[in-house]
Design a protein around this ligand. Structure first.
Ligand code: FE2
Length: 273
């Protein structure tokens, strides 16, 4: 199975780049499963339902969120009706929506997609490690299993917490990929047990910015401690940034991992087909 995960879409620049490129990427990379993190899609904060619909129509099989999950309140009734939209699974019980979903793919295959949020330097939620353990308990991956692949988007600030998550589920998941820092890491690898891992997928947005936001206002926040103008997303050409993984259908584990970067300011990287 071929999987593409794209990091946090930021604002119009990120949204437009991804919706324009995704249909071609699906074809050229022969993708079976596409997951995108879109918690910053709506002007940098949250995700509006019409944007979620556009991403699904462009070829995303599932959308993940994070600490900005509820910034656009219209998403709350929408998430109850859209099983392909996930918020972190370690929000307290009773939170709208779900953090794990089995997604139906072309050819009758299915994949388990999960979203969890870290607790270091972030809002303290429930334990994400035990949360993931519970979410996968009923599943077995690979031939004869319940799903062909399992993917976790771990939305977290600290690289240590992300690495600990990767190693904790090495051999159990197809891919553990981090989001939230908006900077792609260069440590994409297949862990010893066969799980593909990357500390951060980076963002899909304008990299002439401070993590996707207009650089002037965002820099000023570090110089002055009085409230300034509201942060707005940078509007230059986006780099689409993410990670490509090929799994072994027999086991669901990774055979290959490669970064994907296209457009904008970052050096390009395209997985070989
Ligand atoms: Fe975030």
């Amino acid at each position: 199975m071929r999987i593409l995960f794209l990091g946090d879409l930021v604002g119009r620049s990120g949204r437009d780049a991804v919706t324009a490129a995704l249909p071609n990427l699906r074809r050229s990379l022969h993708l079976d499963l596409v997951v995108v993190n879109a918690e910053n899609a709506s002007h940098g904060f949250g995700l509006a339902p019409e944007m979620a619909r556009a991403l699904l129509a462009a070829g995303a099989d599932a959308i993940t969120l994070g600490n900005h999950a509820w910034d656009r309140r219209e998403i709350i009734p929408f998430i109850e009706q859209e099983p392909r939209l996930l918020r972190p699974l370690n929000y307290p019980p009773g939170t709208p929506g779900r953090g794990a979903a089995v997604v139906d793919l072309a050819g009758g295959r299915r994949a388990l997609v999960m979203n969890a949020m870290g607790r270091l330097f972030m809002d303290p939620l429930d334990d994400p490690f035990r949360g993931v353990q519970q979410a996968i308990a009923a599943h077995r991956m690979g031939q004869g299993g319940t799903v062909a692949a399992m993917v976790l988007d771990f939305h977290a600030e600290a690289s240590s917490e992300k690495l600990a998550m990767g190693h904790s589920f090495d051999g159990k998941l197809s891919l553990v990929v981090g989001t939230h820092t908006h900077v792609p890491s260069a440590d994409h690898q297949i862990l010893p047990g066969g799980t593909a891992y990357m500390t951060d997928a980076g963002m899909c947005g304008d990299y002439d910015s401070v993590i996707g936001m207009e650089k002037g206002g965002a820099s000023l926040r570090f110089w002055k401690k009085v409230p300034g103008e509201r942060l707005a997303p940078a509007e230059g050409e986006a780099t689409i940034s993410g990670v490509f993984v090929e799994t072994d259908d027999a086991t669901g584990l990774a055979r290959r991992i490669a970064p994907l970067r296209m457009g904008g300011r970052l050096s390009p990287a395209m997985p070989a087909v």
